[in-house]
Each structure stands twice: as C-alpha cells, then as structure tokens.
Ligand binder design. Structure first.
Ligand code: ADP
Ligand code: MG
Length: 297
C-alpha cells in the first residue's frame, strides 16, 4: 500500500529531524507565509558567556560576591542565562549558597532568598513590584553594557540594585542561511522576537540578516505580535525554545520548538519539534509541506 501524501510528508519531515505532531499540522505548515524567530536559544546557540561582572560602588560588593550572589539565586533555574551565570561562578571557584523560595518570572528573571536576603536577577526593568534602575548610576551601567551589544541582567538585594552582569551569545551556525531561505520561501523576511534589550537584539539580528526586530518583549507581548499579524491575514510560524515563548507558540498558526534545548512547556505546546535544534530544517519542512499539499489537491 502507498502511504497517504500527508503521512508520507510527516515521515519525510521526521527524516529531516522535525517531529510534526499531526496531519493537520502538516496541512497548516503549507499555508505559512510569515515567520517569527525567538532570539535566545533559537537564533542563538543558547550557551551565553558572562562577559562583564560589574558591582555598583555603593553596594560594597566585589565582583566575586556579586557573581556568587547572582549564581546562588539562579542555580535552580534552567534558563540559558542562569546556566551561564552559574558556570561563570564555578569557573572562578566560587562557593554557591543554597537558594530558598526560588521563583521565576518568564521573560523577566528570578527571585530567591539567599542567606536570608531577597535576591533577584533579571531584566533591567525589574519585576513588576521592583523599582526600575535608578538614574544616573545603574542607568549608565546598563546602557554601557547594552551599548556593547550585551544582554544585561541587574542583580538586586532586598529590592536595591547592587550590580549588573553582561552576557553574550553566538548565532547558531547556518542561521543567516536559514533566514535567507525562509525569506525566499515565504516572500517575507522573518521577524525577531525577544525579551532581550534592543541593542543586543539588533546586533544579533544584523548578523543573521534580519531587519525587523521587536525587543524587550514579555511573553504576552510575543502573543500580541502574533495576533497582530494573524489579524492582518498572515499565517505565522513561530520558532521558540523557552517557557516565555510557549504562549506565542500556542497562539501562532504553527508553533515550532527546539527539541534539544527547549523547555518542556515549549515542547508540549508546539505543533512541531526540531529534534536536534537544526534551524535549517524549518525551510526544508515548509517546502515539503507545500509539495504534499500539491499532491493532495
Ligand atoms: P528571549 O526572548 O530572547 O528568549 P527571555 O524572554 O528568556 O529571552 O529573557 C528576556 C530577558 O529577561 C533577558 O534578556 C533577561 O534580561 C531577563 N531574564 C529572563 N530570564 C532570566 C533569568 N533566569 N535570569 C536573568 N535574567 C533573565
Ligand atoms: Mg528563547
């Protein structure tokens, strides 16, 4: 017996390293005409390095104390930035205290109690209940690091900023070629969606050949972007890896998750999974889905 074209296409996608969860998803893939890519862990390798450790003078902390405090709070987190901060502390041989009452806010950062004090590590704008960074001192530091294209996280103790860390991540190999293929296939250049700061996002986007960048987005803002395009009649495919991407993956015509590095929530929510994190499989499977449709109709 010959396999029905949609099933054959699913099997073929599997050989390309993409797990397409149903025949309906394969049909919907053929309709995609707009692409949005998450930055951290999707367009980038998701293994950032800590490049800057900058305590604020009035904090009284030195670099090692700042890094050790941040790493202690981040230790329970699976976020790529958290893993980078813990790795940097370990490389310097720093001892990490145990964190209690750990909580994470997707797209924002983490909070924990370390040695009896409330520590938060996250985006400069802070958690909803925290004050934004003060001017001029932290503001200048954040702008200096972001100006260098760094991802910036601010460390606070009991709500008071004590310093900032700069991190840098690399583009996945082949990302620029994938962006070019996606542009050719859909007739529209992909958009970059990220919770990171605009400067860091712009640096990565330029390397990948992406012009349309939306930065500083909370998870719900990623959803709003998707709804905006869908409202304009576009069929959007979103690729993401994080817990922060899950709502946008659910809202999109097609949500695709990174299989190896993606969070469990992203994998469950997505319609398709890139098993070995190879971005180049996305244009391959889009082309496949279109061929399968031509056979069906
Ligand atoms: P992206 O959308 O690029 O995948 P995220 O939404 O995961 O990025 O994170 C957006 C921003 O939120 C980060 O640049 C950082 O400032 C902050 N952030 C998120 N999670 C963490 C964390 N575990 N530790 C520190 N900062 C975090
Ligand atoms: Mg991400």
């Amino acid at each position: 017996a010959t396999m029905p074209p949609l099933l054959a296409a699913i099997a073929n996608a599997g050989r390309h390293g993409v797990l397409v969860k149903s025949a309906v998803v394969m049909e919907r893939l053929a309709q995609v005409d707009a692409i949005a890519l998450d930055k951290t862990g999707t367009l980038t390798e998701g293994t950032p390095q800590v490049t800057d450790v900058r305590p604020l003078a009035e904090s009284g902390l030195d670099e090692e104390e700042l890094l050790a405090t941040a790493a202690a709070a981040e230790h329970p987190s699976e976020h790529p930035l958290a893993r980078a901060i813990v790795a940097a502390a370990r490389e310097r041989g720093l001892e990490l205290r145990t964190a209690e009452h750990f909580a994470s806010v997707p797209g924002v950062g983490v909070t924990a109690t370390v040695a009896g004090r409330g520590v938060s590590v996250g985006a400069p704008a802070g958690l909803p209940e925290e004050a934004p960074v003060r001017e001029p001192e932290e503001g200048m530091l954040v702008r200096e690091l972001a100006g260098g294209g760094r991802t910036v996280v601010v460390v606070r103790i009991d709500g008071v900023p004590v310093g900032a860390l700069g991190l840098a991540d690399r583009l996945r190999p082949g990302a620029a070629a994938t962006v070019a293929s996606l542009t050719q296939l859909t007739g529209t250049a992909p958009t970059l969606l990220t919770g990171d700061n605009p400067r860091a996002a712009a640096r990565l986007a330029a390397e990948a050949g992406i012009q349309d960048v939306r930065a500083g987005l909370l998870p719900e803002h990623k959803v709003e972007a998707v709804r905006e395009w869908e409202g304009a009649g576009r069929k959007v495919l979103v690729v993401g890896d994080g817990v922060n991407d899950a709502p946008a993956l659910a809202a999109a015509h097609i949500g695709v998750a990174m299989g190896r590095s993606g969070s469990d929530l992203a994998l469950e929510t997505a319609d398709a999974v890139i098993v070995r994190d190879e971005l180049a499989t996305v244009p391959a499977v889009l082309a496949l889905a279109r061929r399968a449709r031509r056979i069906v109709v």
